[in-house]
Design a protein around this ligand. Structure first.
Ligand code: FAD
Length: 575
């Protein structure tokens, strides 16, 4: 049986930053990072616009309290304010630390790190590396993993954590290259498995963002927190859905409808295009619904709106947001220097996730913890984003909570011994699961069932939600769940069987989808990204709580957990 003191699932920003912190804290610890992709191909690498921190390089009045307030207001008062305080206080330190590791941030004339405006932030505080910020940061972090001799298992698919007697003892993983399965024993397990954008049919996320970590935790009896809060980014490139960074609006681009009007004036007159994402996405979706969207021939009534960069000029476009220009040019043939880009909302980010306390320890309930189990980054919910995340706060969360969680692991693991693990039992169960999939005669192709699931979630649990629509969605999901049990594979081999991985991912997508839909049905109010047409206002009296959803194949039980309010009283949210 393989054995490491600490095993981290996920090689993105959160997992890599945690590994670096553990190695720095106690160089004697034996650390492993497992990823189903190569770590450098984690979705973090695609992050574009930047990372928020009150360095005050551009706006000298900025301070962490203002950053905390913007974040809490952006969250529609659902964020836990103790966690937000840590996030915003630590931000300048972690960014300077990244700089010392060698991250190539864009610069001001005087050589200090440049900072730009971002939606919902009241000062220019987003640090960036052109529009390739994730790329710049992840490369340095992964280089550091090698420097600290962290063992990397790349292209291993983790099938389940081993949780027994209220503690984490290791995990089971499948080698995509040759199909062999290993049980790994460890003194601590950390999940940093990223988001679930692939639950929807139009997303900015990569193919690997299938919510595995969330589903594996749920199947092991861990509740999932605030899953109803799905961020739809306002500017997905139409029709492909890939992201056109908010940095483009941060640098001054306009949103226009079919009449050429800057319609944000009617939705958020003071912030205009830099309103938070929930508000901007709803505004775009409303324009399209009311017939002011643009069609492919430029006529009204079409399925997208325009993102207009033309007034910014070629030099600014090519120096500040070159990657976004390239995406539109390569994918839809639009030269944004001379033409507006077609955009509409795209599923982007998961505000909810595996509940953790501010040390990164996974919660088993509102007041219990799982020993030796940790989570950070997009798969976790510590909750700094509440009902709606502000742009450039996610990379920050990965780095701050990656660091904090790494420090907790390094400290706690000193007191934890390796547990006895019944390797034979876990191996046999995993082999059985794989064999059953490979041998199945089945009726459906993976692709058709996945598409049905994604269409169902987009139609029944998208930007606008209502009771009846979601009830219908749940019925449809139950049918899809049965189809998942009847998918068959063409490839029955063991070498690079990516179809098998897709089948495992599909079974995870359906768990995540059901949890999102059930949590959304339960929240009979509108808050942040969760908008109910049948309950269009926020209801603090009944719903100023986190949702905890406990999954079981028979159904999902919903419980509530209080929100931590330490600094700011809830107010009406206006921009
Ligand atoms: C296009 C795009 C642009 C963005 N731009 C910004 C931005 O400018 N600023 C910002 O703050 N945020 C941005 N975000 C959000 C931010 O990038 C992500 O929230 C963040 O990078 C997530 O990092 P992570 O470490 O949690 O997970 P990820 O980077 O998604 O990494 C997940 C890791 O888990 C591994 N994994 C998952 N499941 C398994 C399994 N079963 N077995 C083994 N390994 C597994 C994967 O292989 C991967 O290594 C953007 C997101 C997207 C999609």
């Amino acid at each position: 049986m393989l054995q490491h003191d600490v095993i981290i699932v996920g090689g993105g920003l959160a997992g890599s930053r945690a590994a670096v912190e553990i190695a720095r804290t106690d160089p004697k610890l034996d650390i492993a990072v497992v990823a189903k992709t190569h770590p450098i191909r984690s979705h973090s690498v695609a992050a574009q616009g930047g990372i928020a921190a009150t360095l005050k390089n551009v706006d000298s009045d900025d301070n962490w309290q203002a950053h905390a307030f913007d974040t809490v207001k952006g969250s529609d008062y659902l964020a836990d304010q103790d966690a937000v305080a840590l996030l915003t206080q630590e931000a300048p330190n972690v960014v300077i630390d990244l700089e010392h590791m060698g991250v190539l941030f864009s610069r001001l004339e005087d050589g200090r790190i440049a900072q730009r405006a971002f939606g919902g932030h009241s000062y220019r505080r987003t640090c960036y590396a052109a529009d390739k910020t994730g790329h710049a940061i992840l490369h340095e972090l992964v280089n550091n993993l090698r420097r600290y001799s962290v063992t990397i298992y790349d292209e291993w698919y983790v099938m389940r954590p081993i949780l027994e007697d209220g503690e984490a003892k290791g995990l089971v993983m499948y080698h995509i290259e040759d199909g062999h399965i290993e049980v790994v024993r460890s003194r601590a397990v950390m999940f940093a498995t990223g988001g679930y954008g692939r639950v929807f049919n139009t997303t900015s996320n990569d193919f690997a963002s299938t919510g595995d970590g969330l589903a594996m935790a749920a199947l092991a009896g861990i509740p999932l927190e605030d899953m109803e809060f799905v961020q739809f980014h306002p500017t997905g490139l139409y029709p492909v859905g890939v992201l056109i960074s908010e940095a483009v609006r941060g640098e001054g681009a306009y949103l226009r409808n079919a009449n050429g009007d800057r319609f944000m004036e009617n939705y958020a007159p003071s912030k205009m295009e830099l309103a938070p994402r929930d508000i901007t996405s709803r505004a775009i979706a409303t324009e399209i619904r009311q017939g002011r969207g643009v069609g492919s021939d430029g006529s009204a009534g079409g399925p997208f709106v325009h993102l207009d960069l033309r007034h910014m000029g070629r030099d600014k476009i090519m120096s500040r947001v070159p990657f976004c220009w390239e995406e539109a040019h390569r994918l839809v043939g639009v030269d944004a220097v001379n033409e507006p880009m077609p955009v509409r909302p795209t599923a982007h980010y998961s505000m909810g996730g595996i509940p953790t306390n501010p040390r990164g320890q996974v919660r088993s309930s509102a007041d219990g913890l799982v020993e030796g189990f940790y989570a950070a980054g997009e798969c976790a919910c510590v909750s700094v984003h509440g009902a709606n995340r502000l742009g450039s706060n996610s990379l920050l969360e990965c780095v701050v909570y990656g660091k904090i969680t790494g420090a907790s692991v390094a400290q706690d693991v000193q007191k934890r011994k390796f547990s006895d693990v019944d390797e034979g039992k876990y191996l046999e169960e995993a082999k059985q699961q794989v064999r059953e999939l490979l041998d199945r005669s089945g009726k459906y192709r993976i692709q058709e069932v996945r598409q049905a699931l994604q269409d169902c979630m987009t139609e029944h649990c998208g930007v606008f939600r209502a009771e009846e629509l979601m009830q219908q969605g749940l019925v449809r999901l139950r049918e899809i769940e049965e189809q998942v049990q009847q998918v068959y594979l063409d490839d029955s081999g063991t070498l690079w069987n990516t179809e098998l991985v897709e089948a495992l991912e599909l079974s995870h997508l359906v768990v995540v989808a059901k949890t999102i839909l059930t949590s959304a049905l339960n929240r009979r109010e509108s808050r942040g990204a969760h908008f109910r047409e049948d309950y269009p206002t926020r209801d603090d009296e009944n719903f100023l709580n986190h949702t905890l959803a406990y999954y079981s194949p028979a159904g999902i039980d919903i419980a509530a957990m209080p929100v931590t309010l330490t600094m700011f009283e809830p107010q009406e949210r206006k921009y």
